[in-house]
Design a binder for this molecule. Sequence first.
Ligand SMILES: Cc1ncc(COP(=O)(O)O)c(C=O)c1O
Length: 328
Amino acid sequence: VSLRLHGDTVAPAGALDFAVNVWPGEWPAGLRDALERALADARYPDEWGARAAIAARHGRDPDEVLVLNGACEAFWLLATALRPRRAACVHPGFTEPEAALRGVGCEITRVFRQPDGWWLDPGEVPTDAELVVVGNPDNPTGALGSLSALCRDGGLLVVDESFMDFVAGESESLTGDPSVVVVRSLTKLWSLAGIRAGYLLGPRALVTRLAACRQPWSVNSLACAALAWCSADLETPARVAREVAVERELLVAQLAERPFVRRVWPSAANFLLVEVIDGPAVVAALLDREIAVRPAESFPGLGPNHVRLAVRRRGDNERLLAALAELG
Ligand SMILES: Cc1ncc(COP(=O)(O)O)c(C=O)c1O
């Protein structure tokens, strides 16, 4: 199955979408205003307001911030700018980093988490890997962990924290370590998938090098406005994280009651990985009921019976649970 498969292509138009992990929230009024102002602005985008706001939020210097056309751009930019010869990708994990690295001829070692708690053995990461990519919280497992054991002199650790906003307190973030690049996204918690807004935090020299490798104005005014506004709002992530935690626990408890569900892993993010007895049958039966979920077989280390479900708001989650109850 392709490393380039994503949830948006498995959800037919009109289906209730549990395949894509974008929280279905409304934009705060201030964010909508900021986007409207950006839309009415005919000038070239100016990313410095966004860089300053992101730097302030993370206690970094604006020179250590690179705004991105979505978090995904980080992986392609790192691959094409650095052209590492050997890299390690932690799996099951988001597959774009591996696709980008393979695209520049990089030799990849896949490091697999152990399904019991998706535990990761740092000793399995090859010592000569120039770049190591890992998700925290990880997609699709939902695992959150301390990754400091993966930091090494001479190698770059790329931590994809696209779902970290869902973690209250964010105690595990490694921003600030000189051998670490942290990648963040507004897509998921802020319901902004189409705007394409993300950023990375890393050593100043690396940020300069990456910025030099791409066209100017590659992050549009709407994304810059969203990045500046959202970085200054800590109330919304805290509120959404609380709601997600409640809904997630409800789903976990109800899913465990379905006889065809073998396993539900605990998750720190707005999705759940489950193992069922017959994955393709569950996916098809839900599609018949106009509900899309994400078959997880395209994630290395998982198989046809692994399915990922987004956590949505109460009414949607109840509809999913009712459909699952009809299946047995
Ligand atoms: C773990 C992870 N990182 C990054 C991305 C890409 O995020 P963005 O929309 O900001 O490019 C995704 C999207 O599915 C993801 O699951």
